[in-house]
Design a protein around this ligand. Structure first.
Ligand code: HPA
Length: 285
């Protein structure tokens, strides 16, 4: 098995570099998934740091992922936004995929908000819906690609971390209340993280439903595990960009263009929800 590539010193070196490039000291981190990047444009007093400048930081190769950190203010909160992420299917190792999470932690970020574009598995879900992630199934981990594999640094987190409290209860409750008061329909469910890059076959879609997944995508589960391992509180949202196809020879296909297109509809909705949550952050801080 591969040995660990990064150490605590590497995470700290990247965090120290970021500290030199921004005057802000956020406690909240936000990862923007496919199509959600423009949310970062709303950040005020922004310091912008391209991933390419940060030591060891992986660089995204996927359309719809800009590849920069935007640090500044939104709704009176200080926040560090990742405008784009990297994925396992791009050929990065699990350590590279989750490196930014370790860096945020080293920087002092305590709460991580993860967003993604996802296929809707639950037949009630429609394109354009937002799902609050209540729990996850990490397929990559189940087949031996858990990002916590390898030697464990106890300074970062425990060898055998509990995952029954992966998605923070108080943050979830706040999200539900904010959505209700703002009139935003908020679905709830289980996110299944797969490797991609191929979309699921209809048989896989039906299997995912049977095992209890409501939405599926190619990210998030690795970042959430590492964040929780490091003692961060985690909140997650899936933007449903397409309804997964569950029957062979259905006269439509799933495409990345479709995913990005739906992102345009989803951005205002997701932005409203995130802003609403930040406005009431003091209730959960
Ligand atoms: N499957 C997997 N990942 C996705 C999908 C999907 O249908 N839509 C957006 N990301």
């Amino acid at each position: 098995m591969k040995t660990k590539q990064f150490s605590r010193q590497d995470f700290q070196a990247a965090a120290d570099y970021i500290a030199q490039r921004t005057r802000h000291r956020p406690r909240i981190g936000l990862v923007l998934g496919s199509g959600f990047g423009e949310f970062a444009d709303a950040i005020e007093n922004a310091d912008i740091i391209p991933y390419a400048d940060i030591p060891h930081f992986p660089r995204s190769t996927v359309e719809g992922h800009k590849g920069r950190l935007v640090v500044g203010h939104l709704e009176d909160q200080t926040i560090m936004v990742m405008q784009g992420r990297v994925h396992f299917y791009e050929g990065f190792t699990m350590e590279e995929v989750t490196f930014p999470v370790r860096v945020m932690r080293a920087f002092g970020v305590e709460v991580l908000i993860l967003t993604n574009a996802a296929g809707g598995l639950n037949p009630d879900f429609k394109t354009g819906d937002i799902m609050l992630i209540e729990d996850q199934i990490n397929f990559l981990g189940m087949v031996g690609n858990n990002p916590l594999m390898g030697p464990n640094d106890p300074e970062l987190g425990p060898r055998f971390p509990d995952m029954s409290t992966l998605y923070d209860r108080r943050l979830r409750e706040l999200a539900i209340d904010v959505a209700e008061k703002m009139g935003i329909t908020l679905r709830r469910g289980v996110y299944a993280g797969l490797s991609g890059p191929a979309f699921e076959t209809p048989a896989e879609v039906r299997m995912l439903r049977i095992i209890g997944a409501d939405a599926t995508g190619m990210s998030t589960t690795n970042e959430s595990l590492v964040a929780r391992h490091g003692g961060m509180r985690v909140l997650g949202f899936s933007g449903i960009t397409n309804e997964a196809i569950d029957t062979i020879d259905t006269p439509r296909v799933t495409s990345h263009e479709e995913v990005l297109e739906a992102g345009e509809v989803l951005v205002p909705r997701m932005s409203g929800l995130l802003r609403g949550i930040l406005r009431r952050w003091d209730e959960v801080a």
